[in-house]
Design a protein around this ligand. Structure first.
Ligand code: GTP
Ligand code: MG
Length: 227
């Protein structure tokens, strides 16, 4: 009789900064499946990456909107449920809706993000972040529609849930879910806080599914899984 196999759970083993670029062509070549973090400036993209990888300062964050410029690539080493190893790249995108940017920056933002979303062949899913206090704004809805047009899978991530009462959080989540699901019935929605850690395991699970690391049958040429 064989010994029962020890149950290993999912873990982030480490995370490293790989590179930064102003255009998608300037990024390191696509080697691994990756997910990108998009959303309004100040919504908490960089903070969420730090929380997901258990590092306080891997990515620079700031209370002033516009902290992230250009595209930044990070690589995480994971242990999947069951014990297999995997690697995944995370891309921090600069936020939109930040009026104080210079004209040049505003002009270059669109082509930079569009170029990345359209041409990055390793991009498997986009995590679109919205603040629990604001819900899905017009610009977020436009990005969701654009991603659907590109056939890029999305995960809707509600951020800063620690900032409101339980009641407000629940009401906001209900409204966000109702509206989003009306247009995108299968869109995964995860409520999070980079402060309290709420939703981090659930977001990792949704991310692993979206990148085929766990849960679904991998594509014909599976990426990322290490022996
Ligand atoms: P840009 O790079 O400008 O697009 O912003 P960003 O989306 O990367 O936001 P960032 O992570 O820099 O966070 C903006 C501010 O919100 C910082 O002051 C963070 O400390 C704060 N913040 C982010 N996430 C949370 C959260 O879950 N809870 C609370 N209370 N504050 C948060
Ligand atoms: Mg940022």
């Amino acid at each position: 009789m064989s010994e029962p196999r020890e149950k290993t759970s999912f873990a982030v083993l480490d995370a490293t900064f790989i590179g930064h670029a102003k255009t998608v062509e300037g990024l390191p070549p696509p080697m691994l499946a990756e997910v990108a973090f998009a959303g309004k400036s100040n919504v908490g993209k960089s903070s969420l990456i730090n929380k997901l990888v258990n590092r306080r300062k891997l990515v620079r964050t700031s209370s002033t909107p516009g902290a992230t410029r250009g595209l930044s690539l990070f690589r995480v080493r994971l242990r999947l449920e069951g014990g297999a190893g995997a690697e995944l790249d995370l891309v921090d995108l600069p936020g939109y809706g930040f009026a104080q940017r210079s004209k040049d920056e505003r002009r270059s933002w669109g082509p930079m993000i569009e170029g990345y979303l359209e041409r990055r062949v390793s991009l498997r899913a986009v995590l679109l972040l919205v603040d629990v206090r604001r819900g899905v704004a017009e610009e977020d809805a436009q990005l969701l529609a654009y991603l659907a047009h590109l056939e890029r899978p999305a995960i809707l991530v509600v951020t800063k849930c620690d900032k409101v009462s339980r009641r407000e959080r629940d009401a906001s989540l209900r409204a966000i879910t109702r509206d989003a699901r009306a247009a995108y019935p299968t869109l995964p929605i995860v409520a999070t806080s980079a402060e309290s850690g709420e939703g981090i395991p659930e977001l990792w699970k949704a991310t692993r599914r979206a990148t085929f690391l766990e849960g679904a049958a991998p594509p014909a040429h599976g990426m990322n899984q290490l022996p």
